[in-house]
Design a protein around this ligand. Sequence first.
Ligand SMILES: C[S@@+](CC[C@H](N)C(=O)[O-])C[C@H]1O[C@@H](n2cnc3c(N)ncnc32)[C@H](O)[C@@H]1O
Ligand code: SF4
Length: 413
Amino acid sequence: MLGDFIVTHVARRKIPKLLKFEYPKGSVFHKEKKRTPILMYIHVPFCEELCPYCSFHRFPFDKDLAKRYFYALRKEIFLYRDLGFKFDGVYVGGGTPTILIDELIETLNLTKKNFQIREISVETNPNHLNEKNLKLLLEVGVKRLSIGVQSFDDAILKSVERYHKYGSGEEIKEKIMAINGMFHTVNIDMIFNFPHQTVKSIENDLNIIRTIGVNQVTFYPLMISSYTRSKLEKKLGRVDFKRERKFYEIILRELEKDFFPATAWCFSKDEGMIDEYVVNYDEYAGLGCGSIGYVDGYAYANTFNISQYILKVEDGEIPISGIRHYKLRERVRYDFLMKLFGLKLDLDELDRKYGISSRKFLFLEIMLFTALGALRIKGSKLSLTRNGLYYWVIMMREFFTAVNNFRDFLRGF
Ligand SMILES: C[S@@+](CC[C@H](N)C(=O)[O-])C[C@H]1O[C@@H](n2cnc3c(N)ncnc32)[C@H](O)[C@@H]1O
Ligand code: SF4
């Protein structure tokens, strides 16, 4: 479709510009600033084995290194506390956060002791859904547990090298059904548009999802960074973005029967903490090796090198290696992208937040997406149409691809 082409083209030109970081000069955060609570994102970059399609920041698990890493993480939490930061939510992503469960629990207990934490979300994999881990996660107050599934189709699980690690589709399904009702929110992460994935396979996944009792599903479009493309295509085959819309429409059609879209690719049964903390929280601090934060109009990235991360934190330094100060126009555009990813944006609220006329700042964006049939406008409130939902899948796919490209670049691929 012409609209898909235009949105992809605009997103590929504009979004990577948001991630042109510089080396920080001097300290970034001011101790004197009065702070309101924000989200703490913690990254745990270890996995037992690495999946070939994944370009998140992760390393093969090494127990001694991981222990030193968690110790450094706790020091970094103290650094933020001493700078006067306040947090009311914690999101632990990975990698595999539950890889050393006792270390994770100690770290979460530390955040609870030092801040008024309202909600905790933790990512995990199906092989970690055992009695001990579940008990500890519940005791520490995890509200949302997010489990990486990707697909229930054994042929796909084998091709993405997860079958031998996490079990067959049937085994994963049983593990998920066994935790039914334990947590406020159980989310499963799925991926669509793998090469060789068929409509029949997706429809089968959707039937399973509708019967296993989870109350949230995040359905990511397969994203590839330019640096990992050739490795991924050698293992999985060529990715055809032209199939993406069709898959998405099937997902939307089926999931809408039991879920409502909370973002363009996250479907929930009720209000809850979603994967996209970028939507729910205006600001978030990024802790851990390779994590990205957005605070005081600065987007910043911690160092991607684990040894350097540990050394810097032990020296009492927030280990930031790249930073970008967003000008007012860029901040407003960032909000336009993220809020509408969460389906709605109130222009009057933006005016109050930034002391501007957002209608003037966003004139071109609003014109373009209205002409493409993506936006519904009611007074000051913008919301996404059904067509707009898919355009935001494209935009966010390009946003995360740009993040992945940036990560690969800094890791020196
Ligand atoms: C980065 S992982 C971390 C949690 C856990 N290790 C796992 O595998 O689920 C979180 C989710 O990101 C999604 N993901 C990873 N790589 C992706 C890619 N290249 N494209 C789309 N989604 C991806 C997967 O759905 C995965 O479950
Ligand atoms: S998808 Fe999850 S388990 Fe696989 S490499 Fe990425 S972070 Fe690790």
